[in-house]
Design a protein around this ligand. Structure first.
Ligand SMILES: N[C@@H](CCC(=O)N[C@@H](CS)C(=O)NCC(=O)O)C(=O)O
Length: 206
């Protein structure tokens, strides 16, 4: 059975768990990271030299990097479903995953870490506000895209919705100011109705 290392409150682990849920793939999850440790042991670092989660073992095939894992599982078990079969559609979905990693995440990270994982007296609120504004501008781009179709890269749910969805969960569940973005709201409501998103991603932020 597919093995996944990683604590279930990690944004990157949640992408993988949600993907498995969408594909109906059974897996065994091993707690690792933060309070659980494991990820800094020599045994773990032999499997992932970064000492980070998630990591998977699919019948001896070891893979780290959450987006690489999501793409691998989606291509293997969901081509024509959550992995678009047509190359241009796949490239479009792929593009949004890269955009999340290079553009959205660098703005989300400081807001999340300061507001969720840092005691109030140690928070860098100037950085939080600057990053929140950038994130709002990022989500405006996503909102405009969602005005053209129901999901991030077309009218059906795909891998493109997975990183964006876990980011949106944090965006909507942190105590921050948010501009009105009607298309984003409607898409987020569609995600919240998906059983795998509910089960693996709609968890307390900590
Ligand atoms: N680019 C990597 C980043 C992985 C990463 O930063 N993982 C975090 C959790 S979200 C981690 O392992 N942190 C150390 C820990 O949990 O102890 C990916 O997408 O998989």
């Amino acid at each position: 059975m597919l093995k996944i290392w990683g604590r279930n409150n990690s944004i990157n682990v949640q992408k993988v768990l949600w993907t498995c849920g969408e594909l109906g793939l059974p897996f065994e999850r091993i707690d690792a990271g933060m309070a659980f440790g494991v990820n800094n042991t020599p045994e773990y670092k032999a499997m992932n030299p970064n000492g980070l989660v998630p990591l998977i073992d699919d019948d001896g095939f070891m893979l780290w990097e959450s987006h690489a894992i999501v793409r691998y599982l989606a291509r293997t078990h969901g081509t024509g479903n959550i992995w678009p079969a047509e190359p241009r559609n796949a490239a479009d979905a792929d593009r949004w995953m890269d955009w999340y990693a290079t553009t959205l995440w660098p703005n989300l990270r400081p807001v999340f870490w300061n507001l969720v994982r840092t005691p109030p007296e140690k928070r860098d609120m100037a950085l939080v506000e600057a990053s929140r504004k950038q994130m709002a501008a990022n989500f405006q781009i996503v909102d405009a895209e969602l005005g053209r179709h129901e999901y991030v890269s077309g009218n059906t749910f795909s891998v493109a919705d997975i990183p964006m969805g876990v980011a949106a969960y944090r965006w909507y569940n942190m105590a921050i100011e948010r501009p009105t973005l009607n298309n984003l709201d409607a898409w987020y409501a569609r995600l919240c109705a998906r059983p795998a998103f509910k089960q693996h991603c709609m968890l307390p932020l900590n």
